[in-house]
Structure formats: structure tokens, C-alpha cells
Design a protein around this ligand. Sequence first.
Ligand code: GLY
Length: 566
Amino acid sequence: MRRRSLLAVFFFVVLLPACSWQSTHTPPPALHDAAIATAHPLATQAGVQILQQGGNAFDAAVAVTAVLAVVEPYSSGLGGGGFWLLHKARDNTQVMIDGREKAPLAAHRDMYLDADGEVIPRASVDGPLSAGIPGVPAAMAHLARHYGRLPLKQSLQPAITLARNGFAVDEHYRRMAQFRQSVLQNWEDGEAIFLQDGEVPDVGYIIRQPDLANTLEQIANQGADGFYKGEIAGKLVRSVRENGGIWTLQDLAQYSIVERLPLQFSYNGMRVTSVTPPSSGGVALAQIFNMLALGNYDKLNAVDKKHLLIEAMRRAYRDRAEYLGDSDVVDVPVIELASMAHARQLLANLDMQRATPSADLPPVAVDKLDGPDTTHFSIVDKQGNRVAATLSINYPFGSCFVAEGTGVLLNDEMDDFSSKPGSPNVYGLVGAEANAIAPGKRMLSSMSPSFAEYNNRIAVLGTPGGSRIITMVLLGLLQFYDGADATTIVNAPRMHHQYLPDKVFYEPGALPPERIAALQQKGHVLQQLDSTYGNMQVVVMDRNTGRLNAASDKRGVGSAQVLTVE
Ligand code: GLY
């Protein structure tokens, strides 16, 4: 667990002979088409519009990010953060834009504990004390300036128009608003914007956000400074502090995104590019795929495949709880964790006949996992540039607090830290230290925007879903590996294990009764969920033909479009 390994930004976990990398270096064919899949039709439309105006995938990503901030306020926003994974066709390179929120400088390890050391209920979830310093405005400005072709002002225009003119409430909005109604009612601005006379708005009710339109205009005119300095910054800090938060002007002025080289690994010839810490996604995916490779997953029967998947998920999530955090602040042994040698150790006690109880693994405290509401979009342009972006404000409607006069709904991403690190668990062991709160630190995430390349096809994918994001992306990657198209990938049934609780959760209908019985016989505890989960957005490119297909998860209200761009 050496510091040196953390400073290296390029992690390459090679599982295969060098010849299998060949396709990666073949330039993609000229594409006639571009494709976009997002969680909201208005965001897809904005991305299409920007591509048709001569923008590239990165300009479209700015437009989509900003429109999602307006029309999906329950999932992401200017007051939130995220990860944008980019592939630049020109030089065939990838980079990760880390726009994750940071803890305010006045934050401290025990800030959500009472005098007795107990976690104060809801303190890290509701209101401005739960908000990290946002990264979305800085990331949009960075994308436009360093990767886009169009002025930021042009890419933000669809969002400004939608914020000013409004968008219509749908059933999904209503469900999200209902979930957070009582908290939205706590603060005037949020209640006035997102509810209708204090109630969940009717379908068709128009949500107008003139203050947010003004804030977007400040960013359009001044870049990131329009948010992090000057008038908007002053309003944000004043409002946060008047309502019990701890932000300062220095927090905003000091915020910066980080460009990181992504984590890359291979599974039987499929090359996967995903995110590094402060997301746990890439590391956990690499670990799970390593274990599948060692267990000869491809050759197993259907029941044993599920058994090995569950056992690999269990072990990767245990490691996540122990080792993962912000690698700029704590030592995260990324290379060791993602190595085949480590996977071998993890599988040392694997029994293909019996489930390994999580209690039999070296114990580690898990206090909670990432909040559930987030969004994802995938874009490929006709040059072959790609964006996979997963963005979040954590809980639906984040903290439910809108800073007065800004229209900016703040995240409650501070809840993604461990509120009570170092407290011994029932076994007397201390866990979750790596993800303890510290000033200026980024909280651990599960967001896993990813690319995959296999058999001359490329996938761009990701999904929201809190702690289940990683296993959804895993299942999506396995579908892609099997040759599935975008629609099959997004709609495939889902199951999940996260070490604790020691249960396999599955969507209604995801497992046939005979498979459930066979897994139970091996000692697994299975629980069918009341509803489906996730909202995956995928674009798949066939490098032989240059053709694209795109799909938006049937579980959500999003849309996907393949378009011909002149
Ligand atoms: N808040 C969700 C995540 O970062 O994974």
C-alpha cells in the first residue's frame, strides 16, 4: 500500500497477451452518424441540437449536462458533481474529468456526530450542511474550453432557455418530488420552485427556474468564475451560512476539477476503460472481472456463473469498504487491488458448491453506501469522440436546499463520506477510514462511466443507482461481451450483492425459479426487490461498419437517438 502507486495516474491491469490490444490501435472508421442516450428527452434533444450546430461530443456533453441540471433536478445539477470519461478520436486517448464535490474547508471528521458520538439523523442528507462544494459548473467550463469546438455560451443556451421557459412535470418527477416533499417544504426557494403550492405538482405543471437561468448565463458569460467568484458565489455562501451550512468564499474560489488518466483493464480480450478514485467503480469492476477470469466464468453453467458473480461482487465490495477513498488525500492501493495476484488471494476461500458467508471474510465496518439518485448519458460523435458521464446530487433533489436568488439546488453528497469512521464494528475492527471526512477531500463514489472494446465493437455506458451502479455496469459489460446490442444491454435483468447485507437482491423476474432454488441450495440468501432499478444509457459502435446503435433504459423516461450529421 505505497503512496508512490497512488501518484501514478495511469493504471493498466494486463490480463491478456499483448496481441489482444491490437484493435485498440486501429483507427476507427469514419462515422456517418452520431448517437446520444440520456435520461431525459429534452437533454437528448439539446445534445442533438448542439451536434447539428457543428459541436463535437464534448460540446454536446456540456449541453446535456446543463439541460439535465434543469429538467432532472432530482438527479443532478449545477449544485452537484460527477465524472466525465472522454475518448478523443484524434489521438486515440482517454481522460477522466473528475468534477466530484469536495468537503468544505471547515468540514471535519465528526461533523455529523452528536456529543455522545452518535450519528445525528438526516444531518448529512438534508439542508446545506450536507452539501459538498459543487463541481459541475467547473467541469462544463473545462470541457468547453479544452475539448469543445463551440463557445460555452452556445452549448449552455438550450439549458438557459429551458430554465427560463420551463419544462413539464411528468410521472417520474412526481415520484421523486413525493419522496422528498417534506424536506423540500423546509426551505422557501426549493419549495417555491419544485412544488406546486407546497404539494407535488400535477403532471403537465410547468417548472420555471428564472434564477437558475441567470446563474447559467453568468457561467455562459464568465466561465467557471461566473459561479465560483463574484455575485453568484456571494449569494451561495450567504444563503448556505444563514441556513446552518459552513461554505466560505474560499471554498468556491479554490474548487478545481482534476484530469485523471482512467483505469484500464482487460477481460478475455475485452478492454475496459473506467474511472479511478475518488470513484470506487473502476477498481471494483477490475477486481470482479479478474475473479471471473480466474474462475473461468465463460465455461461455467448458468447456476455456477451466478454463484461466481455473487462471490466476486461480495469480495470486491468488502475491499471497497476497507480501501477506497479520495486517493489525493489517502493511500489507495489501486494497482495492488486491481491486480490478478490480489484476485487470486480473494478467491482463495472460494467454494463453488457453497456461498461464502460475508461474516467469514475479514471483517470491515460498512456504515452506508452511496446515495441513490444520479444520472448518466453516453455520446459518440461522427469523428468517433466519446463521452460517458455519470453525474449526481446524491439523494433525489439532493439536500432539497436552493441557495436564495441562485436557483442552485445543492447536493447532499457529504453523505457519501463515512460519518463515523474508526468506530469499531461488532468484531472490534475499525473500517471506512479511507473515506473519513476531511477538509477539501472528495467523498467516495460508485459512479462508473465506462468504455469497452471487444470484437471490433465499442460500448459507451453507465447508469445511476447508488451502490448498485457498479454491478449494473458489470452486467452491462458482460452483455456487451456476449455481443448484445444497446437495447439488450440496457434492458437486461439485474441482480446485486454488496458484501453487507449478505443477500442477493434481484429485480422482479430477473432470476427463474429453478435458478433461485439452485442458488439457495448453495447457501445464498436471495431477496426479490419490489421494483426494478437503474437507468442505463448506452451507445454501441461497430468498428467494421462505422454504424452506431443507442438505447435508453426502459426503466426510465429517457431517450436515445442516432442521427446523421452533415
Ligand atoms: N452519490 C452517488 C455516488 O456518488 O455514487
